[in-house]
Design a protein around this ligand. Sequence first.
Ligand SMILES: [Zn+2]
Ligand SMILES: [Zn+2]
Length: 443
Amino acid sequence: MVSAGTKEPIITVGVADRQSETTGRLNGPYLIEGARSLSGSFHARAAASGISLFDEGGQLIADSPSVRLTAREGSTFTIFGVTIGIRFHWERKEDQTFQGNLVLAARGDGTMAVINEIPVEDYLVSVISSEMSGRAPGEFLKAHAIMSRSWLIAALGKKGAPGAAMKPGQAPGEFVRWYNREDHDIFDVCADDHCQRYQGITKIISGEAERAVGETRGLVLFHGGTVCDARYYKACGGRTENYETAWEDVHIPYLVSVTDWPDTHDPVLSEEEATRWILSCPDAYCNTKDMTLLAEVLPGFDQETTNFFRWKVEYSRAELEEIIRERSETDIGTLVDLVPLERGPSGRIFRLRITGTKGSIVIGKELEIRRWLSTSHLYSSAFVVSTEGPPGGPPERFILHGAGWGHGVGLCQIGAAVMATKGFTAPQILEHYFRGTRIERMY
Ligand SMILES: [Zn+2]
Ligand SMILES: [Zn+2]
């Protein structure tokens, strides 16, 4: 537990994991324990016994379970071919450059983790720059800095908890699970969207991101005596979601569904209400088509997506059967129906029955549903299903109409950016999404 008056923490970020080999370049001198200083290209190989590190001439420099390279003032390192957006529709490989120290840690199974050690505030400048453009509204960047810092400090206190968790006491054919963000063992956070997208200094660090982090240095969100596990996503779709729709059945008082607008929209309580809600286009902060603002808030590759507030996905029955067969590794026969069993207040489904001629399965929670019905991910689990086909036979087409982008729990990034353009301050934006919290300086 971190308490007030604490010094700025140093965190470890897993830049790449379970690699048999890593290649990169040291841009300036690095010190290696028990060895000489090293710079230039390097190559590392993992074996069951540890890591072998070679310099650009192919000389063996170090051979041990873990190799720590300490940066001299101003040195940076580049890792070649880092995979980003793992399993999302924007997955790609990039060379990435980082400040701070580099640790190569053997996992004992012939693979290694590539870890960056960096002070929290430097990490945050990079996260804010990676997550959005420096041209985003200033109060939005400040709100994001306080939120990301809170999430990070809350996550540091939880390391070592299990990763994928299953709902206990499930019936056969029921797959209700969720994924914790505290599931990293030998580093604090990963560099991907699973935790917070972190690309070191690969992208140009914006002066605005630096200013937003600097002006909020050490500020975190508290609820009672606890640092808030402040979650966020792209767009709620008009209402935010309860924590327990996405993760374990625990009520977290500051992660509850709120309307993303000054007037209240009723929570979704029935299938009729879900249909009415999702097929409508209500007023909401994240209901925007302001392309200039969206370009400022979303990193370049996310602009491939513009219909996030209300969206539509269509499959032939054969296509969807194939996706489900691959995900479930079960043959349910001919796909007959998709039946929402339980929804949260934003309309997000957290238990869904997939009915086939040979049997049916029940899946949850929201992320699992998004994965099982798409070759990558559906934008959200807030959708209604309609089908087409001749009467009496199985459907020929499945049409999903959906709302929002992401799990919906906590802060709506696009909504928060719109609030900032309407003149709301960072504390007002945080109070809107995280009710009953307060901002305090921790260091
Ligand atoms: Zn992670
Ligand atoms: Zn929203």
